[in-house]
Design a protein around this ligand. Structure first.
Ligand SMILES: N=c1c2ncn([C@@H]3O[C@H](COP(=O)(O)OP(=O)(O)OP(=O)(O)O)[C@@H](O)[C@H]3O)c2ncn1[C@@H]1O[C@H](COP(=O)(O)O)[C@@H](O)[C@H]1O
Length: 107
């Protein structure tokens, strides 16, 4: 079975309502948006370093940290992953229309 971003977003959402003191995710929610934003920025920077060094193993690990912290940030701000995917879908539809229009103009 494949683990998806939807699965991770649901797990993160459930941790938000959880009182389990051992949850790292819950500790991020308790610390608040500025702390989560800072962690997200740090992880993104670490991913950039790994990419610049050509270290794909490290980039894979840092990319996982980036996605996890982004999903925590979205949840903390009450932005659903589906809203982000819908925005990406709109952009794809728009660029598809623009491509069709330019192909039509060239004919
Ligand atoms: N995907 C992740 C994930 N990726 C990274 N991390 C944590 O993010 C932190 C990364 O920060 P650092 O490397 O800077 O480590 P650190 O020095 O301990 O962190 P800070 O003290 O600076 O905050 C580590 O503590 C990692 O364990 C994650 N923690 C949790 N998850 C997922 O969230 C689920 C719930 O986790 P808990 O909330 O801990 O139960 C897990 O089952 C996973 O699926």
């Amino acid at each position: 079975m494949t683990f998806t971003l939807d699965d991770l977003a649901a797990l993160i959402k459930s941790r938000r309502a959880d009182d389990a003191s051992t949850s790292y995710t819950k500790s991020l929610f308790d610390a608040g948006v500025p702390r989560i934003s800072k962690k997200f920025g740090e992880e993104a920077f670490e991913a950039v370093i790994a990419a610049m060094e050509g270290d794909n193993k490290s980039l894979t690990s840092e990319a996982a940290d980036v996605l996890y912290h982004l999903l925590v940030l979205l949840e903390a701000r009450d932005v659903a992953l589906s809203e982000v995917l819908a925005e990406l879908g709109r952009r794809t539809a728009q660029s598809g229309l623009a491509e069709k229009a330019s192909r039509g103009a060239a004919q």
